[in-house]
Design a binder for this molecule. Structure first.
Ligand SMILES: CC(=O)SCCNC(=O)CCNC(=O)[C@H](O)C(C)(C)COP(=O)(O)OP(=O)(O)OC[C@H]1O[C@@H](n2cnc3c(N)ncnc32)[C@H](O)[C@@H]1OP(=O)(O)O
Ligand SMILES: CC(C)C(=O)C(=O)O
Ligand SMILES: [Mg+2]
Length: 512
């Protein structure tokens, strides 16, 4: 492999990222993100656009004052007022303060937006860099819309700004138009045609309008670029920027064929992504590379089995490398016995082979009806199918009166752990009165999550079947009861659920 090259990671989450609709951050929020970027150990934090507002000025100033380590950049147009304002905020970072000035160089931007001749743009670019150099030796210049700029003119501007003192020259794909081969050729062209090119670091800043920002950035490295501009979660104008986590993890994971390194502490990536989502309210799609909820999740049985044997069978990077504790085996209809048993064991159940089979059949049936199976569902399945329920609570006799004259009343007698107990209770309806009576007699605080009534067969003499779902201390159980009298069926289901809950809790306690 050829010589290793260290790539400068320039994070612009707080500037271009903040240009995402809805991503505006206040000073404190920007500072929190900046501290996380400091932990990530990016080389440069572009903290904002100081002339944009007083708030952004203050944010850049505060970040320049508080963050140690990374350089702090502030963006400004080519006008001197913008540059002066940028330095006013950046000066607190001392030598780590970077003035980043820019002007567009493509025909469409020069003619239609700036309404300037190329010669005027060239002059403005050079003067901007010279003016910035009056403040600091750390000056970056960007040729906005470089990808749609005529190459000879792009080369002319790049050469002139380097001669004027720019230490980094950025070649943005402002509108996300480039494709990797083409972008490689653009950087290569500059490397071959700009005589002072080695006096500055060549940077790239790719937008993701065609989903190619990361690919284009990697192609540019091969042509000699030394800095990548990127954002956490890929946020930024329109479809966003090159995503920091993707480009950094691509470099780390495929170091075998890309001889480039970064100083990013990748173990802080996941937290950075979460923090940004929390602060901006812009969540990450589940299938987002590296930081999406499914990036390290496996639902298919064959994959789950492979990952359990050796995670490298289906994972090209470890969850730990981005700061996640472990991968996630999601139980669903595509899961197999290996993952099912592993999860049961994690929940503290050690079952016999035949119990597992019964529980697995029930699990598959439930998974057909439900997208994802949670731990509470497994508790309920084990309680229903496997655990021999000790009848701590038994219904001895009950009577419920209801109708439109008097308030519904339940009179109930139960065996509660060997003791005969009796109460009479009023309720909003007959079922409510019966459930209240049971709660009083058993002293249960379980929450009623679901109550359903069905008929086992047709006709008015049909057996009524009731299902009751109870929850207590994070555990859920399902109780069932059947009787010709639907109120009695309801009471039986409730008592059945209470007995299962007691068994589940006792079993858990015993396994600790
Ligand atoms: C590709 C990029 O991401 S570039 C960065 C984009 N980010 C932002 O624009 C966010 C911050 N921007 C702002 O807060 C405002 O646009 C400001 C404060 C910079 C300027 O606001 P306003 O003075 O009201 O101007 P407005 O935004 O409407 O128009 C932009 C002006 O800047 C000029 N301009 C645009 N780019 C440059 C440049 N690089 N150098 C000099 N002038 C420029 C435009 O020609 C236009 O000039 P005009 O007012 O003489 O017609
Ligand atoms: C100002 C520059 C760097 C920019 O954001 C772009 O061209 O996309
Ligand atoms: Mg941009």
């Amino acid at each position: 492999m050829s010589e290793q090259r260290k790539i400068t990671i320039f994070d612009t989450t707080l500037r271009d990222g903040e240009q995402s609709p809805g991503a505006s951050m206040n000073i404190d929020e920007k500072l929190r993100i900046a501290h996380q970027l400091e932990k990530l150990n990016v080389d440069v934090i572009e903290a904002g656009f100081p002339i944009a507002s007083i708030g952004d000025f203050e944010a850049v100033k505060k970040i320049a004052q508080s963050i140690k380590g990374p350089q702090i950049a502030g963006l400004c147009r080519s006008g001197f007022k913008d540059i002066d304002r940028a330095w006013e905020a950046l000066q607190y970072a001392g030598e780590r303060g970077r003035i980043h000035t820019f002007i567009a160089t493509s025909d469409i931007h020069m003619e239609r937006k700036l309404q300037m001749e190329p010669a005027q743009v060239l002059e403005a670019a050079v003067k901007a860099v010279e003016h910035a150099r009056g403040y600091t030796g750390n000056v970056e210049f960007s040729c906005e819309d470089a990808v749609r700029t005529r190459l000879p003119f792009l080369a002319e501007v790049v050469e002139a700004v380097i001669a004027a003192g720019a230490t980094t020259v950025n070649i943005p794909d402002t509108v996300g138009y480039a494709i990797p081969f083409e972008f490689y050729e653009i950087i290569k062209y500059l490397k071959d045609h700009v005589k002072n090119i080695d006096d500055a670091v060549i940077s790239v800043h790719c937008h993701n309008d065609l989903g190619l920002a990361v690919a284009n950035s990697l192609a540019a490295l091969r042509a000699g670029a030394g800095q990548i501009e990127c954002t956490i979660n890929g946020i930024g104008e329109r479809a966003g920027n090159c995503s920091l986590e993707e480009v950094v993890m691509a470099l780390r994971t495929r170091h075998d064929i890309m001889p480039y390194t970064t100083d990013v502490n990748t173990e802080h990536i996941y937290n950075a992504s979460r923090l940004l989502s929390t602060v901006t309210g812009i969540s990450v799609q589940p299938n987002k590379a590296v930081v999406g909820a499914n990036a390290f999740a496996h639902e298919a049985g064959i994959h789950q089995h492979g990952v359990m044997m050796d995670s490298a069978t289906y994972e090209i990077m470890t969850p730990e490398s981005i700061g996640l504790n472990r991968n996630k085996l999601v139980l669903g209809k595509h899961s197999g016995r290996h993952a099912f048993i592993a999860r049961l064991e994690e929940l503290g159940y050690e079952l016999q082979k035949e119990d597992i089979e019964r529980a697995f059949v029930r699990f598959k049936a439930l998974a057909d009806a439900k997208k994802e199976i949670f731990d509470e569902d497994l508790d309920a399945i084990v309680a229903d199918e496997v655990i021999r329920v000790d009848e701590r609570f038994k219904l001895l006799q009950m009577n419920v009166s209801s109708g439109s004259f008097a308030a519904p009343t339940a009179t109930m007698e139960m065996d509660v752990e060997g003791e005969r107990k009796k109460v009479a209770v009023l309720g909003a309806g007959p079922v409510d009165a019966a459930f209240k009576a049971i709660r009083q007699l058993t002293g249960s605080n379980a929450e009623l999550r679901q109550y359903a009534v069905g008929a086992i067969t047709g006709g008015t003499d049909a057996q009524g079947e009731c299902t009751v779902r109870l929850s207590e201390g994070g555990r859920e159980v399902i109780g069932q009861g059947a009787d010709e009298d639907i109120i009695v069926a309801s009471a039986k289901a409730y008592i059945n659920a209470l007995n299962k809950m007691a068994s589940v809790i006792e079993r858990k306690r015993a396994s600790l």
